[in-house]
Design a protein around this ligand. Sequence first.
Ligand SMILES: [Zn+2]
Length: 105
Amino acid sequence: MRPVIKAAWPQEKGSLKSYKPYTKANNDLEANLGSYCSYCEVFSSDLEIEHVISQDQDDTLAHDWDNFLLACGKCNGKGGKSNKPVDFTTMHFPHLIQHLSVVFL
Ligand SMILES: [Zn+2]
C-alpha cells in the first residue's frame, strides 16, 4: 500500500460539491487518485467507491468526500469489514500516511 495524496473536497459554485448519490464522486476520485485501487494498487477500469467508515457505521459520511477512496471489488468486499469499527490510531489508510513526505524531503 503506497500513500496516496487525496485532494481537498472539490468545490462547485463556491461550496462543497455534492456527492449524492456518492457514485457521482467516481470521476473526481479517478482524476485525483488514478484508476488504481487505493489499497492493493491494482489498475482497474472497474473500481468501486470505498467508504473508509462504512455507511452501516455512520451514514452521515455516506456522501462525504473525505470518507472516500477507490477500491477494487476484492478489497472493498473483504471480510465483511462494514461492520468492523474503524480505529484511526491502530489502522493504516493510504490517504492518511503523511509522515512519509517529511521523511523523504
Ligand atoms: Zn484492491
